[in-house]
Design a binder for this molecule. Sequence first.
Ligand code: URA
Length: 237
Amino acid sequence: MSELPSIADREGERLQKVLARVGVGSRRVVEDLIAAGRISVNGEIAILGARVQVDHDVVEVDGTQLSLKADAVTYLLNKPRGVITTASDPQGRPTVVEIVPDEPRVYPVGRLDLDTEGLLLLTNDGAMAHRLTHPSFAIEKEYLAHVEGIPSRASLRQLREGIELDDGLTAPAAAATVGPGLIRLTIHEGRNRQVRRMCEAVGHPVRRLVRTRIGPLMDQRLKPGEFRRLTTEEVLE
Ligand code: URA
């Protein structure tokens, strides 16, 4: 009777080596994570010595899927006003992908309007893009909206509780005044021009809109037009 190959006999690279290479931590840290049962391969808790095939296997750290591709990259860009969120624009306007390196090719995650500034992610990591955009993950996005007029407490309450837009009621949001005519609004939906339409609906059209946070990601040091690569810790957050 032939014996089934043990997990350590599978073809592929050693899990510890792969995890260390993609930046999860030193060999020692990675071994501790495996021993603590925090790493899974294809849905099963991994053991030390397991082998993985980077093209097929799904490896997760605390339930977050990791991209094992050597060239997986995610950039955090501070999008300037007047730059379009697309991979190519038939009208020849400047695009966000032209700001970051050409190779490996990356794509914007979600979109900011032409006139909106602030944080935008670009990635070639499909799992990462899915986590950030799928409504089931309800990732928070925080905006600073410079609006016309001084919003009343009643307007802020309306923004928080939900507003009937032409594509339906908005989900509960966080809204606070942080200066004269300056609202900090946190939403987790991603409807077209949502913040502008919400503010307009309560009588305060937006003059300037800046996205200041995506989930846990903030960066006050990035100037408009600047970008940086996300660290592995940030990718796993
Ligand atoms: N809401 C808007 O109105 N515009 C954006 O670019 C993003 C959110």
